[in-house]
Write a protein that binds this ligand. Structure first.
Ligand code: TRP
Length: 487
């Protein structure tokens, strides 16, 4: 990759490309459904404003000042501030988090690719709810298919990163993202007439604190303790906060990396605002497209990671031009996933080039191979033979089915554990460190100069946020970490 973006537009495009992806369209609806709607969305939006936006500003500024991969940027900035070089640990944990996230991201992106072919063959036409579920089951219960698609997606990611990501991202995002946006609007339009729209609005925007704060199983039923009381849990709060980081690509150095290719003269504040707004709008639109279908067809909003694959095909199968629109939608979603995947792997690749002297191609291939291997964990978590409530597979010893009321962390399968650990633990810790570093450790004039906000009121607000508000919120949520180990 060239050392600088060709224009400030390219940076916005790349950052939006990184932020908008499966997080918005696959993950946001499924976790919103799992954690009960209204309160979850509210918590997520609060985290976006109070934690996401200020940390987005900080990450861009740090990256632009350091001009290297996150490990070396953090090393250099800590020297500059006279702080301990151990701050570069932020870069290290970011590389680990990025690779772990991509390992399952790629499997889901593979499913998206599989669905573009399914859509184009017309199999969704006039399908019933059960038919659509069957199509999903036939995919996810077949490890060989998942493996093939995962392999293809990882290979494409490696090729894109090896060639230097700039040109490709620019094209993908300028044409394909707006097209995805338009298709989402079409889907929302369809959903408005599906008969479930009001219920969906109610679900998404009417707060129901019980559904958020009390533990429920995969069928949406409340769990009860020995005394027959509902069980209070902070896990949804951790998931909501973790998702604010995940969807904005924050907390592991991806945005820092992209910031390092950014030219001195652009206003970081405006760009952060644009990225955050677009990302949030896309997620809400995805919710508005999917939940009406859930309610109109009597589906379970808490169906889990398969939610988009169980709902959207119903719309494509029943709308005019659905074969075309459905194919296009999954193809565009694939591109959105690809531009996100690139940003997950780029910090590691850039570090291998900078510090180990590898050629870009070699760095990309090695990193990709390691991630591909870790991805097998997700594949085997998802596939297997289900007998009663228990799914048996290679990884059965770490995983039990969702509906089984086994207490303790190991009721989750390895995919769920990796997903929670990266998004809800590693990213917030990374974000906490970024906030503390930029708010307390770096010299005030370096951050102030880096931002050069036009209005003099903005800097103090940002400073209060990264010094007090964001760390406090992350800390508060983390105080309850031991409670979630149980449920
Ligand atoms: N934000 C992307 C999405 O919503 C995923 C992603 C890309 C990401 N880069 C990241 C998540 C860095 C966390 C950290 O799909």
């Amino acid at each position: 990759m060239k050392r600088e973006w060709s224009s400030r537009l390219t940076f916005i495009l790349a950052a939006v490309g990184s932020a908008v992806g499966l997080g918005n369209i696959w993950k946001f609806p499924y976790i919103t459904g799992e954690y009960g709607g209204g309160v979850f969305i509210f918590a997520y939006l609060v985290c976006i404003c109070l934690i996401g936006l200020p940390i987005m500003l900080a990450e861009i500024a740090l990256g632009r000042r350091g001009k290297q991969s996150p490990v070396n940027t953090m090393f250099q900035l800590s020297q500059e501030a006279g702080a301990h070089p151990a701050w570069s640990i932020l870069g290290w944990s970011g590389m680990v988090a990025g690779c772990l996230i991509l390992s399952y991201y790629s499997v889901i992106a593979g499913e998206v690719m599989a669905y573009s072919f399914r859509a184009s063959s017309g199999v969704f036409n006039h399908q019933s709810v059960d038919g659509v579920k069957g199509i999903l089951t036939s995919l996810v219960s077949d490890p060989e298919k998942l493996l093939a698609w995962h392999t293809i997606f990882m290979a494409l990611t490696v090729v894109a990163v090896a060639r230097g990501v700039k040109g490709g991202i620019e094209k993908a995002v300028t044409f394909l993202m707006p097209a995805l946006f338009v298709l989402l609007l079409v889907l929302v339009g369809y959903a408005m007439n599906s008969g479930g729209f009001e219920q969906a609005l109610d679900f998404m925007f009417t707060p129901d604190a019980d559904k958020f704060f009390y533990a429920r199983n995969g069928l949406g039923e409340y769990l009860m303790d020995a005394e027959g009381e509902k069980i209070f849990t902070w896990k949804p709060m951790m998931v909501a906060m973790g998702h604010a980081f995940f969807t904005l690509s924050l907390g592991m150095g991806a945005i820092m990396m992209y910031g390092s290719y950014l030219n001195r003269h652009v206003s970081i504040g405006q760009m952060a605002l644009v990225i955050v707004t677009l990302d949030t709008v896309v997620a809400l639109l995805a919710g508005l497209a999917i939940f009406p279908l859930v309610f109109a067809n009597g589906l379970n909003p808490a169906a889990g990671p398969g939610l988009i694959f169980e709902t959207l095909p119903l719309a494509f199968g029943n709308m005019a031009g659905g074969t075309f629109i459905g194919t296009l939608f999954f193809v565009l979603l694939f591109f959105a996933a690809l531009t996100s995947a690139i940003s997950l792997i780029e910090p590691t690749v850039a570090w291998l080039i900078e510090s180990k002297g590898l050629r870009r191609i070699k760095a990309a291939v090695w990193t990709g191979a390691v991630i591909w291997f870790i991805g097998l964990a997700t594949i085997f978590s998802m596939t297997g033979t289900t007998i009663g409530d228990i799914t048996e597979n290679l990884l059965s010893w770490v995983g039990f089915s969702d509906t089984e009321l086994k207490a303790g962390f190991f009721k989750y399968n390895l995919f769920q554990i990796i997903e929670f650990f990266t998004a809800s633990i590693m990213l917030p810790i990374g974000g906490l460190l970024i906030a503390i570093f930029s708010g307390w450790v770096m010299h005030q004039d370096s951050t102030e100069r880096e931002f050069s906000f036009r209005s003099r009121y903005v800097y103090p607000v940002w400073q209060v946020m990264v010094r007090y508000v964001s760390p406090f919120l992350v800390f508060m949520v983390f105080l309850n970490i031991f409670d979630i180990l149980e449920f």
